[in-house]
Write a protein that binds this ligand. Structure first.
Ligand code: HEM
Ligand SMILES: [Cu+2]
Length: 560
């Protein structure tokens, strides 16, 4: 529907101008347009944070490197980590859920469309605040002063003595504002999944992705306010002279760690469960088989959500907790590998015996299974307290969490983008370019992050801007840095692929992958109202049942 049709007072010629089209995007409350804006926003910041990562790798490629000075290096790892978590992972995942969930559950929009638009713009304003620090944090025209206290901003680095100026304040406010965006979106997703399902879609017929977003929404609503609270306390410390985290005056720096990680650990599940959701849609469709063990997958998701709230102090083994606490947090951390392992086996069980089609979304899904398992295993190693005492704050940890965050979240996002791009744009991405992209990213990723485990064990600490020659670290660091170049080549191919396919891609049709969830039952792209007629479903795989009436698993009801 054009703007002129919306507002009969605006003549048709005006509605076609660029200004009017931009205005249309700026005031939209359509979950699909908001979703697309979220994804574009996230991709832009993925490139920015990627460049920050690449600059660190340029500095560390050689011993005693001279690319950036130590102060800049501190800003680079802080802005890189903060951006990847809050301005790439969160908006991309929440944005894709925003686009997809109403379509998957047969709804016409989210439960609260205006709140939805509010959430997106909060992300944008939060991002502006964070990045404005580069010019504004020392007073306008001062030297660059981006936040430099690390993405978890430990006390006492954040107090006025160690962090004068305003860079830490921008870190607090930028993340707080985007955090409000996450909370509103989570409330919206929760309400949408619980009350907007089309007739016939019981909870046990919900696509697994919707189940995972349900659990993620609950985690966001529990975890982010704790971070916000801690940030308000820090702001009070810094601006009103209070002493919550000030050990010189009776405060506690460990309190910050507890509050931060009570948010921070669930956050990593907030970043990975949506990706699990994407894989749970992609793997069965490209294996031509029903997902193995649906009820167990649901139970494992709920269990992961629940346990993830009780493991936060495994980030704090090095502070000297009592042996009882160490034992508790080590045990709870090991426990969470059980439901996660169940999921890995269920995905593999889905693939076994299937007619697997290795299209690009499935390539990312299969690579994820290996990479994430490896990252999970190094996580189990780090859950063993004495092991962490050795390797805490080393590059081993950097290698570990990039295997889970990159191999889980980012691979999930790209798998999902290739899978749903045809739905959102009406055109297919090129499979040829897609496969090149996958292999370059896969090889570049492993070349960057695998050697970090070795350099870490050899004694390379994280967050240092240089290392001495002749410590046996040169080779591993050089390999890591070369990997980044290969990744960058892959990402460029992806951008190229999107630009070309938007204009010349193969026309997708409604259901190019022969899939079975409801979003494929409407046109590509869907109309503003999603479905001409709200569907009624009779099974968990409505489209499959229609297409395969003779399948013994089909209950013949599908959609009516
Ligand atoms: C694009 C490829 C990437 C490269 C080249 C890269 C590189 C790096 C490097 C070298 C560090 C360690 C800095 C140090 O401790 O000295 C780092 C830290 C970090 N990275 Fe990445 N990374 C990439 C992608 C990602 C992704 C996808 C995420 C999350 C979704 C992520 C999240 C983080 C976090 C949270 C830190 C910790 C920052 C801190 O210590 O405060 N990175 N990255
Ligand atoms: Cu954790």
């Amino acid at each position: 529907m054009t703007l002129a049709e919306h507002h009969p007072t605006i003549p048709a010629e005006v509605s076609r101008t660029l200004g009017a089209r931009l205005h249309g995007w700026a005031v939209t409350v359509d979950h699909k347009r908001l979703g697309i804006m979220y994804v574009c926003f996230g991709l832009i910041f993925f490139v920015i944070a990627g460049i920050e990562g690449a600059m660190m790798r340029a500095q560390l490629a050689q011993a005693a490197g001279k690319v950036v000075d130590p102060a800049t290096f501190n800003q680079l790892f802080t802005m890189h980590g903060t951006t990847m978590v809050f301005l790439v992972g969160m908006p991309m995942l929440l944005g894709m859920a925003n686009y997809l969930i109403p379509l998957m559950i047969g709804a016409r929009d989210m439960a609260f469309p205006r709140l939805n638009a509010f959430g997106l713009w909060l992300f944008v304003f939060g991002a502006i605040l964070l990045y404005y620090s580069y010019i504004g944090a020392q007073g306008l025209y001062g030297t660059s002063a981006a936040p430099d206290v690390g993405w978890f901003a430990y006390a006492p680095l954040t107090n006025r003595t160690f962090s004068p100026g305003n860079s830490t304040d921008y870190w607090i406010l930028g993340i707080m504002v985007s955090g409000f965006g996450s909370i509103t979106t989570a409330i919206n997703l929760l309400a949408t999944i619980l009350v907007m399902r089309c007739p016939g879609m019981t909870l046990m017929r919900l696509p697994l992705m919707a189940w995972m977003m349900l659990v993620v929404s609950v985690l966001v609503i529990i975890a982010i306010p704790v971070l916000t609270g801690a940030q308000i306390m820090l702001l009070l410390d810094r601006s009103l002279g209070m002493h919550f985290f000030d050990t010189q005056n009776g405060g506690s720096s460990v309190l910050w760690q507890h509050l931060f990680w009570f948010f921070g650990h669930p956050e990593v599940y907030i970043l990975v469960l949506p990706a699990f959701g994407f894989f749970s849609e992609v793997i069965p469709v490209f294996s031509r088989k029903v997902i193995f063990g649906y009820p167990l997958m649901v139970a494992a998701t709920v269990a992961i959500g629940f346990i993830s709230l009780g493991v936060w102090a495994h980030h704090m083994f090095a502070i000297g907790m009592s042996p009882a606490l160490n034992a508790f947090f080590a045990a709870s951390t090991l426990l969470i590998s059980i439901p996660t392992g169940i999921k890995i086996f269920n995905w593999m069980g889905t693939m076994i015996g299937g007619q697997i089609i290795f299209a690009t979304p499935m390539l990312f899904a299969s690579a994820f299974l290996g990479i994430f398992t490896f990252g999970g295993l190094t996580g189990i190693m780090l859950a063993v307290v004495p092991f962490t005492w050795q390797l805490s704050d080393s590059y081993f940890v950097v290698g570990h969490f990039h295997y889970v965050l990159f191999g889980g979240t980012i691979f999930g996002i790209f798998s999902g983008l290739f899978y749903w791009f045809p739905k959102a744009t009406g055109r297919m991405l090129s499979e040829r370019l897609g496969k090149w992209f996958f292999w370059l990213l896969f090889i570049g990723f492993n070349l960057t992050f695998f050697p970090m485990h070795v350099s870490g064990i050899l004694g390379m600490p994280r967050r240092v801007y240089m290392y001495q020659p002749d410590r046996g670290l040169e080779l591993w660091n050089m390999l890591s840095s070369i990997g980044v170049i290969i990744q960058a080549m892959g990402i460029s191919l992806f951008v190229l692929n999107v630009l070309i396919s938007l204009r010349k891609g193969k026309v997708a049709g409604n259901d190019p992958w022969n899939a079975w969830t409801l979003e494929w039952a409407t046109t590509s792209p869907p109309p503003e109202w999603n479905f001409d007629q709200v569907p009624t479903v009779g099974s968990a795989r409505p489209l499959w049942d229609i297409k395969n009436p003779t399948d013994p698993d089909s209950n013949h009801e599908g959609i009516s």
